[in-house]
Write a protein that binds this ligand. Sequence first.
Ligand SMILES: [Zn+2]
Ligand SMILES: [Zn+2]
Length: 306
Amino acid sequence: MKKYLNIVADSFTGYFNYLVEEINNPSWTNYFYWLLGLSLLVWILEILTPWRKEQKIFRKDFWLDSFYILFNFFLFSLIGYNALSNVGVALFNDFLGLFGIKNIIAIEVQELSMVSQLLIMFIIADFIQWNVHRQLHKQPWLWEFHKVHHSIKEMGFAAQFRFHFMETIVYKSVQYIPLAMIGFGIEQFFVVHMFAVFIGHLNHANLGWNYGIFGYIFNNPKMHIWHHSKELPSDRPHGMNFGLSLSIWDYIFGTAYIPEEGKDIELGFEGDEEFPEGFKNQTFFPFRKENKIIQRKNLKNENKAI
Ligand SMILES: [Zn+2]
Ligand SMILES: [Zn+2]
């Protein structure tokens, strides 16, 4: 027990020191400055070549989403995730140790070149995320958390980071085991991570881009806007275009859907008028009792209908 508590304490102080050091020491592998730089770059692109010309530079919820960036990228790690994940990894390894298993590496990728390693990691991680994202839409209890991201009414780059912190826990836990099995540590992919942040920023940006033929490989603003459509086609009640960085999974598995230019479609979800506006209320929303009661009632009614 003491061991795990020490890990928690070390994670807190370790991460705090790390963050202060990040800000004080700009370098080429610095998360803080890369995030800041990529955000400014995509924001400038939005300002120079906007898709919806009438959309304000400081669009609806610009500051809320900027806070989400700070929270989800830094503060959440600072106040908890770092500690939790370190304990999780230690528990997991100790659990394996009970059976005399030292590691779960099934495929050795270390012998491959760095570029191939990163590419494999990027593709596998993205495919896992595509699957997780589909579940966020399909499972009612996960959807309650994912609603935060779909409460976006006006798109801009920062909207990428408007999501409930539970999503970080769900995504990372599901990713950890498969990536560990092929010998990747979750921390070692700076390049992959920043590349995904860049594409994610672009997906949500006010840019009328689809990258031409490359749009069948990479997710893009003209595709992702349909993912945020309030109205869903009757044959796709759980949505479409679930890709994060890559769009190829949606094309392979038949979940791609771009019926027309989605520049001015209404964004959101059924019933979003009732959804809270601020950070605090959005964060507590999925845990609130009355929501659970409403959910249960809906479920009962659905069952009755069947
Ligand atoms: Zn979604
Ligand atoms: Zn989105």
